[in-house]
Design a protein around this ligand. Sequence first.
Ligand SMILES: C[S@@+](CC[C@H](N)C(=O)[O-])C[C@H]1O[C@@H](n2cnc3c(N)ncnc32)[C@H](O)[C@@H]1O
Length: 405
Amino acid sequence: MAVTVIGVDGGALPRGSAEVLESARLVVGGRRHLDAHAPEHVRTLELGPLEPALNALSSLAGDESGVVLASGDPGFFGAVRALRERGIHCSVLPATSSVQQLMARVGRSWDDVTVVSANGRDLRQAVNVCRARQAVIVLTAPGAGPAQLGSGLEGWRRTMIVAEDLGGPHEALVTLEPAEAAKRTWREPNIVLCLADLDAVPHRGWHAGGEPLPPASGWGLAEDEFSHRDGRIVGAEVRAVALAKLAPRPGALVWDVGAGCGSVAVECARLGAASIAVESDETQVVRLITNAAGHGVDVRVEEGTAPQALRELPRPDAIFVGGGGADVVTACAHAGASRVVVALTALDRIAATRDSLRSAGYDVEGVQVSASRLADLPDGSARLAASTPVVLVTGRKDAAKEQDR
Ligand SMILES: C[S@@+](CC[C@H](N)C(=O)[O-])C[C@H]1O[C@@H](n2cnc3c(N)ncnc32)[C@H](O)[C@@H]1O
């Protein structure tokens, strides 16, 4: 049995396709691909679910051949992976990917663009990548399209370019704000380019999808990398441990509650997470904005007092509580995050914080982090300079359970 996967992009089929189709015993594909390209005398199987098609292809005899018609480059978020998973080795005649077509229509280079798929997974991950990164393409899916993406992006400054039916008779490209996209009905298939700045010309990079994370300057940054009021910053060592427990990463959303100058929020964003900083003090908010800009990351700043300020925020994956009382911890414990990290210097709050997280269903652990840095003595020898110990109380929950909520 020989299987060829032919890419379809609305133009002529790739070279060699006609011969392969003519000699095929079975052609598999979506309805419109079959109508347009399957020879009349050949048995066809419409996709739908992939499983019956994989079974039919597997049962072809040794001297019979099958064809799969698939969109764009079938090796890119396409049928080739599923075929190989079933042990079916195939030849591929690729067409132009929808990603290439979209970027060609827009007339923008795309080596810096992160591409994510919303197919068969929680759309939140794709939304969080769009919130965090400057340029993202989303391969959409039914129920996880431009409207849902648009509503997830409300509160972030983004422009969406939605392309419907690229290469097809109903091709259309629309540039609009997320709130506008959220209100519309969209024709499938569609694909979305989400940009922080429509006119920005990206740096010449070396790594497809944008600079790799974390940046070369690392993480657990020194305090003097941030504008802050003396002593009102999470120290570098404590921050490093807190970051390890928060696990910020592309696709996740982190809240930094009582963010102060925003060092945790900024570091989470530098590690690829979407980041929201909640802070009530106006001057700290200014610092926060300066710090995010200085590190070239997007942190959504919510000026307000927790827990009220948390009410309308999108569901986080992780929360850092750097400030606020017991009511803030309680609100954070019920916000749907799989990780909550509370930083405390007041010892009498430890038990209540632990109990509050436990009663919300978290497994709780705590650690006191105290660091002593090397400092110089006048005679040239070294001493240890101790910083104030901080207790980190961490609650963890199974992420899968949280996703079902
Ligand atoms: C399973 S992925 C396949 C991607 C394909 N392998 C490619 O290279 O374009 C399907 C998604 O690709 C995008 N897509 C494929 N063909 C498209 C088209 N003609 N117009 C707009 N989007 C398209 C849509 O986001 C669709 O949900």
